[in-house]
Write a protein that binds this ligand. Structure first.
Ligand code: PMP
Length: 786
């Protein structure tokens, strides 16, 4: 199990999108990548030469932790020449990329609970870097119409006694917005007055366009400089992203704290890269100017193309190499019935349909936008813009823009709880007294269900359980003096008790403690009803999935991993078959025939059934659900994550597949109209399922063999366990009472059922639903039994 911290932070999406674009290219797909966070130019030759020289001179060992003196000198010199700043060597530390500078800085500066103000849209790494230091990221959204700049008023109202620092990224990734000297001065006045630090991430300082004059925050005065920590590096200005050199300039105490942290994380940055960086900073600077003018040309081109798209707006940035257009008017549009809901959805659409990779704005805290990087050739930009414009022109206004507000409850308990079904009457009395004492008037739900003629009263303080209970069962007749056959207490919020169920057969009382998951309540109810039905009415239960063919019934029984659900719903796709029950039937004998009733008003199904039957999705959308995942953080499905194909990322508001505990109560009449469902059938065929690749497709069983298998409920091979294993008697997990006497009773009941039906051992590893059809329609003669 990894740490909660690691679980909570997402991987950098920019890196992920770029990796995806690269993987698609490797597969031969012609993707244009506009997700890059680095210049597309080569590292200048003089810099590469300096790196080579470092290797030749064996400058390949540890260096001083905070960087070599020659590099610190070069940094000091650059800061002086470019921004008029004066620093001494102990106010400088070199790190493994500016990202590592930031990480060490935030670790060195922020105490638990201290607040760091981050204007949004922000560079993706700021909020996780703050949370990893147990600080609190305070996100302040800026507006496009204000040039994506933080206003003085916004800053004022964000500052609290817990504020430790402001991160100011100038020019900004992802918006390209840059602050004028005048704008910075206003902010500087306030931060010095309030005595908070400014982390000035100026990594794009040299990439500003037109006549914009960049101002470094620390250059605003001595007082400001004392509270400013400047972050910069060689990655962007010298096209050296892979060399991993960033640096920090700031007050000596902060730098020395960073140095301590760095000494225990990365130590010194790469020796060779340090030597190359000396050359980058000290050598000729004309490559930077060349890159700047090329970027300006591309910015103008892409901006012009973006502005030609109807209904989008795009801010004209002063720096960096990104454009940040607002595409929100294309949300709620659709293509081939797929609705685009947000920036992830649009990014997915552009990748699949236009073969262009961009980064969704949500990654930067601005979901209305996407980030388009122009750090790629003009030829690529032309191609990408043609494709984007063409792809968005194909988006149509969705016919029915209906937001699905799912009726969904997330339960605290998500597993079936253990059941103690042999409690004494005394224990039952004590438990009931305890339960009653926790059922207050204000929060008490009571409802009588009629389950196969057995009246079961639910008494609960969990509104979700009451809700599902009423939805699931038929109501008992409304008579004031109605005596229920059995009572179930489902009481939550009892301190000191583990989630657990209890059952006492004499008094027909079920107790469910501290469990709000409907699976356990339903199973307890079915167990109670089975017990009562057997004793009072001589009705018995069979666990399985049953269907009807012109009044004659078949049932599929067997353990998990034998493709029961798949077989069942595939069979139902045949017009002639009607749905009877998906879990439990009650059987009684009349005229020598086993008459089977389905007793539930709704089917309680795992929502991941939609994977095999996509047509169910719109039905689930309008049904009551439990534990459907709506946030990626809660997803347990590693498959989609591995394939990088998460539907929540693509804009779905929820995912039916993401959790095995996600359930739905589906009205069986919705599946294909009233004629597709029947509540009663005359049972004729029993299929006991196994799954392997070698046994015959199906074998007709004699009564004794079938009884032996049913009695032990053994797994004769399933997709999960290939070796036979012992299972639940009669494949029925709802049976509460399993003493010898009751097992004998079950056995004699099943003997009667087998006498009036045909039973097959059916291998779903090799046989298909067609084989079942052939047997039950008499279209083929089954092979004689072994
Ligand atoms: N700050 C910002 C705003 C950035 O965009 C980046 C790179 N994407 C960095 C810092 C980190 O740069 P480096 O490659 O030096 O770690």
């Amino acid at each position: 199990m990894v740490s909660e911290k690691a679980n909570q932070i997402g991987e950098s999406l920019t890196l992920k999108v770029t990796a995806k674009a690269m993987a698609m290219k490797a597969e031969g797909i012609d993707v244009v990548d506009l997700s890059a966070g680095e210049p597309d130019f080569p590292t200048p030759d003089n810099v590469k030469e300096a790196g080579k020289r470092a290797i030749e001179q064996n400058f390949t060992k540890y260096t001083p932790n905070e960087g070599i003196p020659a590099l610190k000198d070069a940094i000091i010199n650059r800061l002086k020449m470019d921004f008029g700043l004066t620093y001494s060597k102990n106010e400088i530390i070199v790190s493994t990329g500016a990202k590592s500078s930031l990480y060490h800085l935030i670790q060195a500066l922020i105490n638990e609970g201290e607040e760091v103000i981050i204007p949004a849209p922000y560079w993706v790494t700021y909020p996780p870097a703050v949370s990893l230091a147990n600080g609190k990221a305070v996100i302040i959204p800026t507006k496009e119409e204000n040039g994506f700049l933080l206003s003085l008023d916004q800053l004022k109202s964000a500052i609290t006694p817990a504020t430790k620092a402001l991160i100011l990224n100038n020019p900004s990734n992802p918006t390209g917005a840059a602050y004028t000297r005048h704008q910075l001065e206003a902010l500087a006045d306030l931060v010095t007055k309030e005595d908070i630090y400014v982390i000035a991430d100026e990594i794009y300082a040299h990439l500003v366009y037109d006549d914009f004059r960049f101002t470094s925050f620390a250059s605003l005065g001595e007082e400001v400089k004392k509270k400013t920590i400047l972050i910069n590096g060689v990655s962007k200005s010298y096209s050296m992203t892979g060399w991993r050199i960033g640096y920090t300039a700031g007050p000596e105490d902060v730098i020395s704290a960073m140095s301590k942290i760095q000494s225990h994380s990365t130590s010194n940055p790469c020796s060779i890269s340090q030597m190359a960086s000396v050359e980058a900073l000290k050598g000729p600077q004309h490559e930077v100017s060349r890159m700047r003018s090329e970027f300006q040309r591309r910015r103008n081109y892409v901006l012009m193309r973006l502005q030609s798209i109807p209904q989008i707006s795009c801010f004209k940035p002063q720096g960096a190499f990104y454009l940040f257009p607002n595409f929100s008017s294309y949300y709620e549009k659709e293509f081939n019935n797929v609705l685009i809901r947000n920036s992830y959805g649009l990014a997915y659409y552009l990748l699949k349909e236009a073969k262009v990779a961009i980064v969704p704005g949500d990654a930067f805290g601005a979901d209305d936008y996407i980030r388009v990087s122009y750090a790629t050739s003009m030829e690529n930009l032309e191609k990408a813009m043609d494709r984007i414009i063409e792809a968005v022109s194909r988006l149509k206004t969705a016919k029915k823009v209906k937001r699905v507000a799912l009726s969904n409850t997330i339960t605290r308990v998500k597993k079936s709880v253990p059941v103690d079904s042999s409690i004494s009457v005394q224990m039952r009395d004590a438990l009931v007294a305890e339960m009653e004492s926790h059922l207050s008037y204000q929060n008490y739900f009571e409802w009588n269900a009629n389950i196969n003629g057995v009246i079961v009263q639910l008494r609960t303080n969990v509104s979700h359980l009451s809700d599902f209970w009423i939805e699931n069962w038929y109501p008992a007749q409304l008579e004031t003096d109605l005596e229920p056959h059995g009572i179930i207490y489902a009481v939550d919020g009892i301190t000191g008790r583990e989630p657990r169920a209890y059952y006492n057969s004499e008094s027909k009382t079920g107790v469910l403690v501290n469990c709000d998951y409907y699976t356990s309540l339903r199973s307890l109810a079915l167990g109670l009803v089975t017990d009562v039905s057997e004793r009072l009415f001589n009705f018995h239960a069979i666990r399985g999935m049953s269907a009807d063919l012109e009044g004659k019934g078949l049932i599929l029984v067997g353990p998990k991993g034998t493709k029961k659900t798949e077989l069942f719903f595939t069979l139902l796709q045949d017009r002639r078959f009607r749905l009877h029950s998906n879990d439990l039937i009650f059987v009684r004998f009349t005229g020598g025939r086993a008459l089977a009733d389905s007793v539930e008003r709704k089917l309680y199904l795992p929502t991941n059934t939609v994977e095999a039957y996509p047509d169910f999705a719109p039905l689930f959308d309008n049904s009551k659900c439990e534990n459907v995942i709506a946030r990626k953080e809660d997803c347990q499905d590693s498959e989609c994550i591995r394939l990088d194909d998460c539907r929540l990322d693509r804009g779905s508001p929820f995912c039916y597949k993401a959790s095995k505990q996600a359930m739905v109560l589906l009205d069986p009449y919705w599946i294909d109209g009233p004629s597709k469902h029947t509540k009663r059938t005359s049972l004729r065929w029993i299929f006991i399922l196994r799954y392997d690749t070698v046994s015959p497709p199906f074998v007709e069983m004699d009564i004794e063999d079938a009884l032996r298998i049913l009695e032990t409920g053994e797994s004769l091979g399933s997709r999960r366990t290939l070796t036979p294993s012992k299972g639940e008697p009669f494949y029925n997990p709802h049976l509460l009472v399993t003493n010898d006497e009751r097992m004998e009773l079950q056995k004699s009941f099943f003997r009667r059922v087998l006498e009036s039906t045909s039973c097959y051992l059916f291998n779903s590893g090799v046989a298909s639903p067609e084989d079942i059809k052939k047997i039950v329609t008499g279209e083929s003669e089954p092979p004689s039994h072994s």
